[in-house]
Design a protein around this ligand. Structure first.
Ligand SMILES: [Zn+2]
Length: 493
């Protein structure tokens, strides 16, 4: 079904700073590229939010009947610690620290990334290319840029000449930065610098003898600059100009700005029609950061094993929490916010369950067609999931009124309502019905409280045979009791 023919979708294009009517380059087809993770550590919850926003966008495009080629890369080389082309390669550094091969680091964290995304019910992208699998393509682009005169070689490295590029193109147009301001605010080059200008960025870096990740090139052994891989992989699979490029807000500069420069310099045309940027996730009002400890991993939310959490949360409840904010807004995560979202998620699941059992009448008090179009209008307005969710709750309100006998619904409308809810809740925002998980965990918590209480009573009565029996039987089942100063808690292996 080509639903897109009846819907007008608008997207916020970071390049123009405006909402624009979305018209793909080839009717009915969409090419979308999203910058994927650098696989040197467990995936961050903030990154999950970015990828989840694009998963929702991918899902909505598919629902509208577009044929979508969604490319999300894996960065497995070339991403240095410092955006200004110095510092160690993040993956090589981790490999040295753990005394394993860089590709073992890549494999370990790629698996973690996929497992986490699967828990959140992500759809896999159409292609998931890696930087190391596209070294030849990257070298070819460097040659093209050198031929066009927008890059220069220095001591086995190749740098992009930003000033030269800016004479005929506009460097900074995506991030809204002016090159003159950037120049005014940067340090002078030192004698050791190979760059002609501090704004220039590396396309190819010479590998020092100790650098383990290296490839041969016309300029000697080295490795590609981080920005280049996305230009190589996006244009290879989606063409020299494609519909959508997405990523986190923090990638706008320098990463995406450099991608535009590389593509314009090598192919002579702007690579992307619509640039979409997802905003960040904060934790208890502050930026998440590993170094300050204000940080949380997805696995800690699923198990509840983090000091800021009062309990564990099902992945779909967390996904619902994320979808309650617009993808371009900052979202703050806290235990209170998760508790509130979990309540809302359960209410939605209960409403959908109640709908199935509603008895129908001859007429409907609730105009399903108008409501249904409102759901589309919300999504058509730059994927406004919080407004969509408000409409979903409006439907739940009517379901409850019908259940209580205060309103009625016809058989035909009941089917349409159920189908529409299934579409938006499961297919578009990507939730799963995990309320059984919720019930199980409530029951389990109740049983465990009871066993802990019985064990405490036995210990108080000096009946250690019984208290040990409870603990040992639980251990055999993989449940560990932990006695602390605040009482006894348990964990499941
Ligand atoms: Zn990228």
């Amino acid at each position: 079904m080509q639903l897109y023919k009846n819907q007008t979708l608008k997207v916020h294009n970071s390049l123009s700073g405006k909402k624009e009517v979305f018209q793909p380059i080839n009717e009915g087809h969409i090419g979308m590229y999203v910058c994927g993770p650098t696989v040197y550590s467990n995936v961050h919850l903030g990154n999950c939010r970015t990828f989840m926003s694009f998963d929702m966008i991918f899902r909505y495009f598919k629902h509208l009947g577009f044929k979508v080629r969604y490319v999300r890369n894996i960065t497995d080389a070339g991403h240095l610690e410092n955006d200004a082309d110095d510092g160690e390669d993040k993956i090589a550094k981790k490999a040295k620290l753990e005394q394993i091969e860089p590709m073992e680091v890549v494999q370990r964290y790629t698996v973690d990334f996929h497992n986490t995304l699967q828990k959140f019910n992500f759809l896999p992208p159409s292609i998931e290319p890696t930087a190391t699998g596209h070294i030849i393509e990257q070298i070819e682009i460097i040659k093209e840029i050198l031929e066009k005169g927008y890059a220069y070689e220095a001591n086995g490295s190749v740098y992009f000449d930003v000033l030269k590029f800016n004479e005929s193109n506009e460097y900074g147009k995506l991030s809204g930065r002016k090159l003159e301001d950037m120049i005014a605010n940067t340090r002078e080059l030192t004698a050791q610098d190979e760059k002609r200008n501090p704004q220039d960025f590396a396309l190819w870096k010479k590998a020092e003898p100790q650098h383990i990740m290296r490839w041969p090139s016309p300029w000697g052994d080295g490795f590609p600059g981080w920005h280049l891989e996305c230009t190589a992989m996006s244009t290879k699979y989606l063409g020299e100009t494609f519909d959508i490029h997405g990523g986190g807000m923090d990638l706008k500069f320098p990463h995406h700005e450099c991608e535009i420069a590389q593509a314009e310099a090598s192919k002579g045309k702007s690579p992307v029609k619509y640039w979409l940027h997802a905003n960040m996730l904060t934790l208890n009002g502050k930026k998440m950061s590993k170094s300050t400890g204000n940080n949380i991993y997805p696995s800690e939310i699923f198990t509840g094993e983090n000091d800021i959490l009062s309990k564990a949360y099902a992945p779909s409840a967390v996904r619902f929490f994320m979808m309650q904010a617009h993808y371009t807004s900052i979202l703050d995560l806290s235990d209170d916010a998760l508790l509130a979202s979990e309540k809302g998620y359960n209410r939605l699941m209960d409403g959908m369950e109640n709908l199935k059992n509603l008895s129908t009448g001859t007429k409907s008090d609730f105009d399903i067609n108008t409501w249904r179009q409102k759901c589309y209008d919300a999504m058509n307005d730059d994927f406004n999931t919080p407004i969509l969710i408000a409409h979903l709750f409006d439907a739940v309100k009517h379901i409850n009124l019908i259940k209580e006998g205060n309103e009625s619904i016809s058989e035909e409308d009941k089917t349409l309502l159920l189908n529409t809810l299934n579409t938006f809740v499961y297919d578009v925002i990507g939730l799963e019905n995990q309320s059984t998980v919720k019930d199980d965990s409530n029951a389990l918590n109740g049983v465990m409280d009871l066993l802990i209480e019985l064990r405490n009573q036995a210990r108080a009565n000096k009946d250690f045979a019984t208290s040990d029996q409870i603990r040992d039987k639980l251990t055999a089942l993989g449940i560990q009791l932990k006695d602390g100063k605040d009482g006894t808690s348990f964990s499941i292996n």
